[in-house]
Ligand binder design. Sequence first.
Ligand SMILES: C[S@@+](CC[C@H](N)C(=O)[O-])C[C@H]1O[C@@H](n2cnc3c(N)ncnc32)[C@H](O)[C@@H]1O
Length: 202
Amino acid sequence: METLVAAIDVYRDISPALYIEGWMSPIELAWLAQRAAEHERIVEVGSYFGRSTRSLADHTPGWVLAFDDWGGVREPMVDVETGKAVTCPSRETIWNKFQINLADHICSGKVRILNGDHADCSIIPPCFLAGTDAEKPDMVFIDGGHEYQEVSRDLEIWVPRLSTEGLLCGHDLSRADVSRALTDRNLNWKKVEYTDLWLIQK
Ligand SMILES: C[S@@+](CC[C@H](N)C(=O)[O-])C[C@H]1O[C@@H](n2cnc3c(N)ncnc32)[C@H](O)[C@@H]1O
């Protein structure tokens, strides 16, 4: 419990994020909020309705680049409460909800949008790869597709685009494909206690 209390500022207000549908638990949102408060150039790979985006944007002193095609979850979806299969909402519904949920931050420029396929590096600002540390993201949060190939691709794209002291983290560590992709890349990852989050240790 000591580590958790040290990692999470319990007084950060995550209530706006809690109102947005999604899979991140309150403790995960609080952890993201705390990390966001320490970083200024955040890339989120996988935003959906904006639950995690909201927690990041509400607390960073900088900006969040939300990268998604808003096509929705590609794997079969189940209802968290009933365990029954559910169909993913349409692209239009997800996109509209995201814009409503983040309207204030989109208007202010705090949330920037990268609307496209996670595999398409051509739409990523070139300075993220070739620029200085001050131009590269200092935090990347990966929560896109969870298949082995998708997680591997996202790691390959984002590891070289992160600033030297930047924080790389992601969600759904309990999925075997996620932990296998991290391990196969020899990344020194660890689980964030009491969550399904992972981070790369420096
Ligand atoms: C698990 S959801 C993200 C959840 C979000 N972080 C939250 O807090 O609710 C995964 C997201 O990744 C997006 N996604 C999956 N594969 C993608 C791809 N190849 N290109 C772009 N977006 C993708 C989906 O549209 C979906 O919105």
